[in-house]
Design a protein around this ligand. Structure first.
Ligand SMILES: [Zn+2]
Length: 225
């Protein structure tokens, strides 16, 4: 997820005191061209903010946008923060990780490819293969004979979803250097400031953006069924 800087927000919709970005200029995650996206006004709202979508005028592919409303809204026309969800990222990121099984990377890459070539049947076949690969990766081969839904139910008990969060606690122990940096009692350089931002971006994505995005997709699939 990439933040779109305030200077790249081209226009707004005004709702009472709220200014919601309407057109933004950014790099299309799909084709890489920098262009203007018009955000659709059928926002999906939840407690963090709004979700919207916009099409790239070049490749026509739809990208997702997250608009985070500011909590302490003072009514002073302060604009909300807007982020673009980079759909390419998961593939790029897992490709670099040595512990991700090769069959998962291959099936996920194929799923993206057949989807890009507008082949819904092949997309269904490859999506099933990706789900199977993920389940096999966490549950092992033993459960292969079980229906997909049963294996999915078992998935959370095979993943420690709290570990990425709980392992952060020692970093911000009371006497840690990081804690001192946060309290301005210890200097930090540009690289550390960058790492801090990476930490915030990761946390926000993990805690708010991804769960909300999954929930939204879940809802849209149910509506469609
Ligand atoms: Zn594009």
């Amino acid at each position: 997820m990439k933040r779109i800087l305030p200077g790249s927000i081209l226009s707004f919709n005004q709702y009472g005191h709220l200014k919601i970005p309407k057109a933004v200029k950014c790099e299309c995650p799909e084709c890489g061209k920098t262009t203007a996206f018009i955000l659709k006004s059928n926002y999906q709202a939840n407690k963090i903010g709004l979700f919207s979508q916009g099409n790239c005028p070049f490749c026509k592919v739809t990208s997702s946008f997250v608009i985070m409303l500011k909590e302490n809204h003072t009514g002073t026309n302060e604009a909300a923060d807007v982020f673009i969800y980079d759909q390419r990222q998961p593939l790029h990121q897992i490709e670099k990780q040595p512990d991700i099984p090769g069959d998962l990377i291959r099936s996920y890459r194929s799923a993206l490819k057949v989807h890009q070539s507008n082949d819904p049947l092949a997309t269904a076949v490859m999506s099933k293969r990706v789900l199977e690969s993920v389940l096999k990766n966490f549950l092992g081969e033993d459960t292969n004979g079980l229906p997909l839904a049963d294996r999915f139910k078992q998935l959370p008990s095979h993943i420690d979803l709290s570990k990425p969060i709980s392992s952060l606690s020692h970093l911000i122990d009371r006497d840690s250097t990081l804690q001192q940096m946060l309290d301005l009692e210890h200097d930090l350089d540009d690289e550390m400031a960058e790492l801090l931002m990476d930490l915030l971006n990761g946390l926000i994505e993990y805690l708010y953006v991804l769960p909300a995005k999954l929930e939204m997709t879940h809802g849209r699939i149910e509506e469609k069924l």
